[in-house]
Design a protein around this ligand. Sequence first.
Ligand SMILES: Cc1cc2nc3c(=O)[nH]c(=O)nc-3n(C[C@H](O)[C@H](O)[C@H](O)COP(=O)(O)OP(=O)(O)OC[C@H]3O[C@@H](n4cnc5c(N)ncnc54)[C@H](O)[C@@H]3O)c2cc1C
Length: 445
Amino acid sequence: MADVIIVGAGPAGIFAALELVGKDPGLDIVMVEQGNDIHARTRSGKEMLIGWGGAGAYSDGKLTISTDVGGQLSSLISDEELMGLLEQVDAVYRSYSPGADLFCVGSDDALAIAAQSRLAGLVYVPTRVRHIGTENLLIMLERVRGELDSRVRMIFNTQVSEILTQGDAATGVVLSDGTVLHARRVIAAPGRVGSGWMSLQAKKLGLQTHPNPVDLGVRVELPAAVLEHLTSKAYETKFIHYSRTFDDKVRTFCMNPYGEVVIETLGDIVTVNGHSWANKRTENTNFAVLVSADFTEPFDDPIGYGESVARLANMLGKGVIVQRLGDLLGGRRTTEERLAKSATRPTLRQATPGDLSFCIPYRILTDIEEMLAGLDKVAPGVNAAHTLLYGIEVKFYSNRIRLGPDLQSQIRGLYVIGDGAGLTRGLIQASCSGIIAARAILAGG
Ligand SMILES: Cc1cc2nc3c(=O)[nH]c(=O)nc-3n(C[C@H](O)[C@H](O)[C@H](O)COP(=O)(O)OP(=O)(O)OC[C@H]3O[C@@H](n4cnc5c(N)ncnc54)[C@H](O)[C@@H]3O)c2cc1C
């Protein structure tokens, strides 16, 4: 019988554990993680997303300190409360990575970028961003792991197969080896990688859920100099555009100055992502251009839709496809020969030169093309023939589970937090959600 069981050792689970042991060292806490401990992790294949640190371990370590970005916690708690939590979480990350830069565009610069964006039909979203960098984040995760070592019971390489309940209350979990662990408080923090598992548990337990839209698009890579005037001030510059043809919301996402494009494996699908190091630079900057796909009756499976589009790209490219923008607009495939002539040298070598127009739906492709044309007015060179597009990038968000402001589900004692709750989409809000659940438990919830 433990006091609290935490399922998943990503940022959400880790911050829940930190808050619990920090406030009540006497608690008996068990953390169960299906992947490896931090020192045994690798970034290859499925390993990239699972293990101590979760998907955060090889992420860029960009903390976007904004109530509007990276999750929907502001729909459950007040903006003031959330801002307090964001600052608290930022301070914890900072205490482990003291040199991490904070980028905050000054008001004159922000006004100038906003004015220029409006002329291009874009909305500029100013944000405060702290960049930790992948290597520093790994060091941080190792330190936190060391600190929690003697205070939390850790079980690695073991999946929680089932959440147990009696009546309307949580009573524990069953592990993949059949072991039953009892506790009256279970914090489920399974991340996006565990969203399928969480959906099954929600169904079994009768929890109300609501599908989130799926975000589809491409990862754009270009010479860092093209965006230097923006990234040197803001690090990540977020833009929104409502496309002329479809009136769809198109957005830039996850900008990685001097970073690299990487493959992300999600089950049997490979997609793309990006990150950057704190102390190592490539010559390129990458960012995603994403379009949200939401559906109405009778279709209610955005995740299935996103998977199908990704599978199509995988089928044609035997993995991720890369195409020069000039080839896409010119209606021809990028070949090895054409790619070799590209002024932008790809940082992801394992992508297959191909033709994205065969797999990205017309609507989404049109939205992306319009966005790139708009961005070119703010940063000339974005819409150049040698800009590289990798496809496809998909952001699956778990079904959103109905939760109270303390992140407790309809089952008493069962808290669902982080990306796996369909509630957060980034490191900082996922971490905040861990603190919210921990505080509710400490308060006797
Ligand atoms: C390449 C990349 C770059 C990124 N860059 C950024 C960035 O710069 N800034 C940012 O804010 N966000 C970034 N993200 C997103 C960020 O990593 C996630 O939003 C964050 O990690 C979510 O935290 P989480 O704890 O909810 O879930 P996760 O980090 O996904 O952790 C969930 C953990 O639970 C485990 N688990 C799942 N199911 C079970 C089960 N049944 N039993 C046991 N264990 C289970 C998983 O193995 C995993 O370790 C990036 C992601 C990737 C992949």
